[in-house]
Design a protein. Structure first.
Length: 127
């Protein structure tokens, strides 16, 4: 469409937005520094303990008993399934740190072994 001010770049030109053909460069998320490292570490430890291979089935059983979905981090936290101290520590964090904790929790949810996820398939359903 000539005359309308639109410019459509030729696909052979490189504009830095896409990796070159044949490149397998992965997206890297920007690192946001943790504001309150001590408090963040307390919540992270509680999440790591809940998702440890020896305790994950017990953790998921408690979440299932409360009729929650495992991805409902704030509800899981509010029910005390990560411990009372984790609740207090999470509440003390700033917004950016809370966001990173939620992302960390969701990554742990997705890392659960497939055979355990299958056993608790209702917790993972997204309906």
């Amino acid at each position: 469409m000539k005359g309308h001010g639109f410019s459509f770049p030729d696909q052979t030109q490189s504009h830095g937005a896409l990796a070159p053909e044949g490149s397998h460069q992965m997206f890297e998320q920007a690192t946001i520094p943790i504001q309150d490292e001590k408090t963040f570490a307390e919540v992270k430890k509680a999440i790591d303990e809940a998702f440890a291979p020896a305790t994950v089935a017990s953790f998921l059983r408690r979440v299932e008993g409360a009729r929650l979905r495992v991805r409902q981090f704030e509800a899981v936290l509010a029910h005390g399934f990560l411990g009372a101290q984790a609740q207090k520590s999470y509440a003390a964090l700033g917004d950016a740190d809370r966001g990173q904790i939620r992302e960390l929790y969701l990554r742990q949810v997705e890392r659960v072994a497939p055979e355990i996820r299958q056993k608790f398939f209702r917790l993972y359903a997204s309906y």
